[in-house]
Design a protein around this ligand. Structure first.
Ligand code: SAM
Length: 338
């Protein structure tokens, strides 16, 4: 068998789903070398071996979808067991989530109801001091995060609970309003503890967090491959070893295909970027349906061969932004491994 096929088949066996198939299809020596040609010479020794290494063995996600409010407590207990954390005693948590869900209708483009339940339960169990979010829009998911973080803190506390970052200044689904406009409406008591950073992308995390500081980051920004993976690579060094990256829309691509087949395609498209990232992730992961949590490996260098494999899957972008995204990706990878 040709050596290129050996490498590709080996990776295919170790992956899962369509993303693994795509990685296998794009694992020729030529494709690996094409990417390595874009790496600065000083970083080449670090990335060369990783580019030809096999990916870690296949991992299936733990399933923990929380579809309805009456499953919230049960889901929270399951997540606590999986994360080896004590289940938090939060007698008001269900009432909080119910209030959050009732404000969702005013926030077009926000995460869905079962995503709210998973996100709130996951953060309630993890009990971080502060969470960073990439992709604010109206600020609804930022409000969910703020509520979950603040539950563990004294009511008179004034520390920041959420830092949320968005490339835009105006809310894309309602240009008459600023990004994050819904935060004071959804969590009035916490808006002074939520900071909105507009006109920025995931690189801004460097300005607001120390290396290895965060327990969790939520990514819900540009879903076109490889941008969700780029966001992950950009924020990973600010997350603690074995910390968590939560990713939204991990079923968007497949849902879009089903809708298109039924003759009602999604108006704004349905990219696969977050879905492929979740499917191919070779470390621990938890699926909450259309939202998932990815656990970082103990050392960030363990991420490099995976990231390079993801970069070989063709981008869901026009040629010029695709080229720029590859450059940004390699820069972020070099920074992550420095
Ligand atoms: C799906 S919406 C976020 C929805 C929000 N998380 C919620 O559930 O309420 C995606 C947002 O990401 C922003 N965005 C797109 N690309 C970005 C990037 N590269 N960095 C940061 N934000 C980005 C868009 O402006 C948009 O507001």
């Amino acid at each position: 068998m040709h050596p290129e096929r050996i490498a590709a088949d080996d990776q295919f066996e170790h992956g899962s789903g369509r993303a693994a198939e795509l990685i296998a299809q794009h694992s020729s020596w030529r494709e690996r070398l094409t990417i390595l040609r874009r790496v600065p010479p000083t970083a080449l020794p670090r990335l060369l071996g990783a580019s030809f290494a096999s990916l870690p063995r296949r991992v299936e996600p733990v399933q923990c979808e929380i579809a309805t409010l009456d499953r919230y407590q049960e889901g929270l207990t399951e997540l606590a067991r999986y994360l080896s954390c004590p289940a938090p005693a939060l007698p008001d948590a269900c009432a909080h989530v119910e209030r959050l869900l009732s404000s969702r209708g005013d926030c077009s483009g926000a995460i869905g109801a079962s995503d709210v339940l998973f996100l709130h339960a996951f953060i309630s169990v993890l009990a971080p001091d502060r969470v960073v979010e990439v992709g604010t829009l109206s600020g609804f998911s930022a409000a969910v995060l703020a509520d979950a973080v603040a539950q563990h803190q004294l009511s008179q506390s004034s520390s920041v609970v959420v830092e949320t970052i968005d490339l835009s200044q105006r809310c894309l689904t309602d240009q008459t309003k600023p990004v994050g406009f819904a935060i004071p409406q959804v969590v009035p008591g916490l808006s002074h503890r939520t900071r909105v950073h507009t006109g920025k992308d995931a690189r801004h995390v460097e300005q607001i967090a120390r290396a290895g500081e965060l327990k969790a980051v939520f990514i819900d920004a540009d879903h076109q491959h490889p941008r969700p993976t780029l966001d992950l690579i950009r924020v990973a060094r600010f997350v603690e070893p074995r910390g968590w990256i939560i990713v939204h829309d991990i079923n968007l691509g497949s849902a879009g295909e089903r809708m298109a087949a039924a003759g009602t395609p999604f108006e704004h498209g349905a990219p696969f970027g977050a879905q492929w990232l979740f499917e191919a992730w070779p470390f621990e992961k938890i699926s909450g349906g259309n939202i998932g949590a990815l656990r970082l490996p103990p050392k960030l260098r363990h991420l490099v061969s995976f990231a390079l494999a993801m970069l070989r899957i063709p981008a869901e972008l026009e040629p010029l932004p695709a080229r720029r995204t590859v450059e940004a990706f390699i820069t972020a990878l070099v920074e992550m491994t420095t």
